[in-house]
Design a protein around this ligand. Structure first.
Ligand SMILES: Cc1cc2nc3c(=O)[nH]c(=O)nc-3n(C[C@H](O)[C@H](O)[C@H](O)COP(=O)(O)OP(=O)(O)OC[C@H]3O[C@@H](n4cnc5c(N)ncnc54)[C@H](O)[C@@H]3O)c2cc1C
Length: 291
C-alpha cells in the first residue's frame, strides 16, 4: 500500500527504512532489484532512492522509484536536488512524480558536480533546499510528504551549528515535514542535535541515518567530503582491520547493532539505513535488532 510518509507516522511511533542509489550499469540495476526484493521481505516502512550529483541520475532515479513501488507495493521516497536544474526542469520532475503516484520527496539542494567550482544557480534555478520545498508545495499543495536532510554536526559549508539550526528551521517552515540525518558515529551528537532543534521549536521526527561500516578507508574518504567526524572509537576498532574485508564487515555489524540499540533507547523515532544497495550487512543488523 503506497502512502505518504507523514501518514505512516500517524500509525507508527517508529519507522525503519532503506536507502538505495541508482547504479550505472544494467547489471547493477538488476542487482539493486534483487537487493530491494530481499530487503523488502523484512518489512520496511519505506525505501528511498538517491539522486545523482547535479541531477546526473535524473531518469534513473525516477525509473527505479516507479519500478520498486510497482514490483513490491512499498512506499518510496524520491530524492530530488535543485542545484543545476532550472525551475521548469524541477517542475517537470515534480509533475512526473505525481503522475507516477510517488508521494514522498527528500528535498535537497545537492552539490555541484565535482569538477565544477563556484557553480552559479541555473538561470531561473533555485539556490537552497527551502526554495525547492516552496516549489513542491506551489505545484501540489498536499500530494507530497517532504523530507529534508539534517546535519547533526552542522553542514560542512555552514559557519556554525546555530546557523545550521536556523537554516534547518527555515526548511521546515517552508514545508519540510521530517528530517533524515547525515551519518554520525557518536550518538551524543544525535541527541544534542535533537535537543538543539527542540530549543528552536523544531519538534518533527529526526530519523538517524545509519551507515554500516564495510571499509575503513572508504569511510575516511566519505567523511572527509561530507564533514562527518570519525569518532576515536571508530578509528580504534576499524583501523587495525583495514584491508580485511570480512573482519571489517563483522565489526561493522557489531558497531551498527550497538549504535542502533542505543539510539532506539534514547527515543529515536526509527532508523534509516544507507544500504549501498547491499542486502548484507543491513539484513543482519535488522535481524540482530529484532525489528
Ligand atoms: C539523508 C541525506 C540524503 C542525501 N541525498 C542526496 C542525494 O540523493 N543526492 C545528492 O546530490 N545529495 C544528497 N545529499 C547531500 C546534500 O545534497 C548535500 O549535503 C548538500 O550540500 C546540502 O543539501 P541541503 O538540502 O541540506 O541544502 P540546504 O539546506 O539548501 O543547505 C545548503 C547550504 O546552504 C546553507 N543554507 C541553507 N539555507 C540557507 C539560507 N536560507 N540562507 C543561506 N544559506 C543557507 C547551508 O548552511 C548549507 O551550507 C544527501 C544528504 C543527506 C543527509
Amino acid at each position: 500500500m503506497i502512502k505518504k510518509i507523514t501518514d505512516i507516522f500517524k500509525e507508527k511511533d517508529r519507522t525503519f527504512s532503506f536507502e538505495f542509489f541508482p547504479p550505472k550499469t544494467p547489471k547493477g540495476i538488476e542487482n539493486l532489484y534483487r537487493a530491494a526484493e530481499e530487503l523488502n521481505r523484512l518489512g520496511p516502512d519505506f525505501v528511498s532512492v538517491t539522486y545523482g550529483a547535479g541531477g546526473s541520475t535524473r531518469g534513473a532515479t525516477m525509473d527505479i522509484c516507479v519500478e520498486i513501488q510497482k514490483r513490491f507495493d512499498i512506499t518510496v521516497m524520491h530524492h530530488l536536488t535543485c542545484v543545476g536544474h532550472s525551475r521548469q526542469e524541477l517542475e517537470a520532475v515534480i509533475s512526473q512524480l505525481k503522475d507516477n503516484n510517488i508521494k514522498n520527496i527528500l528535498a535537497l539542494r545537492g552539490d555541484p558536480p565535482k569538477d565544477v567550482e563556484n557553480q552559479e544557480p541555473a538561470p531561473d534555478g533555485l539556490e537552497y533546499c527551502y526554495q525547492l520545498n516552496d516549489l513542491i508545495r506551489e505545484h501540489s499543495k498536499d500530494f507530497f510528504s517532504i523530507g529534508v536532510a539534517g546535519f547533526p554536526e552542522g553542514h560542512i559549508h555552514c559557519p556554525d551549528k546555530d546557523t545550521d539550526t536556523k537554516y534547518l528551521k527555515i526548511k521546515i517552515e517552508h514545508g519540510g515535514e521530517f528530517v533524515i540525518t547525515q551519518l554520525f558515529f557518536d550518538n551524543n551528537i544525535y541527541s544534542e542535535y535533537v535537543e538543539r532543534l527542540g530549543k528552536q521549536g523544531v519538534n518533527i521526527r529526526v530519523l538517524p541515518g545509519i551507515l554500516p561500516i564495510t571499509s575503513y578507508e572508504g569511510l575516511l574518504k566519505f567523511c572527509d567530503i561530507c564533514g562527518a567526524t570519525v569518532s576515536q572509537e571508530v578509528h580504534d576498532i576499524f583501523k587495525p582491520l583495514n584491508g580485511n574485508e570480512e573482519l571489517t564487515r563483522k565489526a561493522g555489524i557489531e558497531f551498527a547493532v550497538k549504535q542502533c540499540r542505543d539510539l532506539l533507547e534514547r527515543g529515536a523515532p526509527g532508523l534509516h539505513f544507507f544500504t549501498l544497495n547491499k542486502v548484507e550487512p543491513t539484513k543482519e543488523i535488522w535481524n540482530r535488532l529484532g525489528l
